[in-house]
Design a protein around this ligand. Structure first.
Ligand code: FAD
Length: 402
């Protein structure tokens, strides 16, 4: 059994950022990160890889180069958390106890919840930008589309990381087709169980214009439940608007289907005492402190906060969590002034060379952070996404500087 003053579960965007900020604030803190993966991914660029406009290798770096100096790396996977005993159990068998815990293992991708998807993925036109290895295949499929083909894009009926990702790749595909004389000749359709194109009105209006420009279709109340890879068929449940019940099914032949699979809290979190009824880590939405275990905090995709789950949200959450944890260490209470109000930002690539930056908060109100109007697609935002944000991530955020 080992013990650390601060133990961080997960060394992804949130875990590394918090570790780096903690060590910058106090060099004497004993901090350890439990992270099984040798590689760290910059997931926001995967959509650009899909669209053939970003180097896949540049989205991957060695974890060891980003564990902050002085922080211990426990290369293992957490099997259980006991908030009551201030202890985690590792998959390899040992226990690690802590004074303070940060739970940041991200979101779980439930590929198996769409029948036939695990077997079909990566061939026959079935692709997804939710896996590093899959991104180049999406580009291959996209380039092979020809007149008369049908390209579908799906969203699940669960929370997902980067709520805009399903439509970003659809707009890029539509733009690729337009530039290659195939607009109107390939059917492009979003299949979504949701009720609208985007939850925040001001951005939705702009996105409706983008949709009109490409002449693509958007089906609501439609949920992917099965892929029949051998026949290139996808099966969708049709959902009643009022009751939410399944009223029938639609079966479509596809040449391309870009799937965003169902997602949920990691199983080991769901099964632990730190989870809320839906399986996410039960924290106060503003302080990020656990509501029952005051020495436990959470942020990022696994946290039970009702924001849209993004790395941009983590960037705003991390300093709040760090300030509150440091204050609890000293005075057993959180700070008076460091609060998170649900900021998130969704960089929606609406075509090659243009992007709409949707920034909003818990109340679905626009929450702009830049001095220019980002409420409509702009070339400058594409430059931000492709060239500036990756640098900000690797050199700023993960080093505890931004
Ligand atoms: P992650 O960064 O996923 O890290 C979780 C870590 O926990 C991983 O390293 C994992 O190995 C580890 N872990 C898992 N299980 C265990 C365990 N049992 N024990 C220990 N460790 C464990 N965000 C944006 O801000 N802008 C974007 O444009 C954007 N686009 C996206 C596009 C795509 C296609 C995808 C997939 C994501 C995108 N995101 C975007 C979302 C962003 O990447 C995530 O919201 C962010 O990485 C969340 O950080 P996290 O630390 O919670 O999770």
């Amino acid at each position: 059994m080992s013990h650390h003053q601060v133990l961080i579960v997960g060394g992804g965007t949130a875990g590394i950022t918090v570790a780096a900020q903690l060590r910058r604030k106090n060099r004497t803190l004993d901090v350890a990160i439990i992270e099984p993966s040798e590689v760290h991914y910059y997931q926001p660029a995967w959509t650009l890889v899909d669209a053939g406009t970003y180097d896949q290798q540049a989205t991957k770096k060695r974890t060891e180069d980003y564990i902050p100096s002085g922080v211990a790396w426990i290369k293992d996977r957490v099997a259980t958390i006991s908030g009551a005993d201030s202890k985690v159990t590792l998959e390899s068998g040992g226990d690690v106890t802590y004074d303070y815990l940060v739970v940041a293992p991200g979101i779980q991708i439930d590929w198996h919840k769409v029948k036939g998807l695990p077997e079909a993925l990566g061939k026959g036109g079935v692709c997804s930008n939710y896996l590093y290895d899959q991104a180049p295949y999406t580009w291959e499929v996209l380039k092979s589309l020809k007149a008369g083909d049908k390209a579908f894009f799906t969203q699940p009926n669960t929370p997902i990381k980067c709520g805009g990702a399903p439509q970003k790749i659809m707009w890029l595909t539509a733009d690729y087709l337009r530039r290659n004389g195939l607009q109107g000749k390939v059917d492009v359709e979003m299949m979504s169980p949701g009720t609208m194109l985007f939850g925040v009105e001001v951005f939705r209006k702009q996105l409706e214009k983008v949709q009109a420009r490409y002449g693509s279709k958007w089906s609501h109340y439609t949920n992917l439940v099965e892929i029949r890879g051998d026949k290139n068929e996808a099966v969708f449940d049709l959902i009643d608007k009022e009751t939410g019940e399944v009223t029938g099914q639609r079966v479509e032949h596809y040449n391309m289907i870009h799937v965003v699979p169902p997602q949920s809290a990691p199983d080991f979190v769901k099964q632990s005492d730190v989870a809320n009824a839906d399986g996410w880590v039960e924290v106060d939405h503003n302080t990020l402190q656990h509501t029952r275990f005051p020495n436990v905090f959470s942020l990022g995709d696994a946290a039970g906060t009702p924001n849209a789950k993004t790395g941009a949200a983590v960037r705003k959450q991390a300093p709040v969590l760090v300030a509150n944890m440091l204050r609890v260490m000293k005075e057993d209470k959180v700070t008076d002034d460091k609060r998170y109000f649900g900021y998130t930002s969704c960089p929606l690539t609406t075509g090659y060379g243009e992007m709409l930056l949707a920034e909003f908060n818990y109340k679905n109100e626009p929450d702009p952070s830049l001095p220019i109007n980002t409420k409509k697609p702009r070339k400058s935002m594409w430059i931000l996404k492709k060239y500036v944000l990756p640098q900000l991530y690797w050199k700023g955020m993960l080093r505890g500087r931004a």
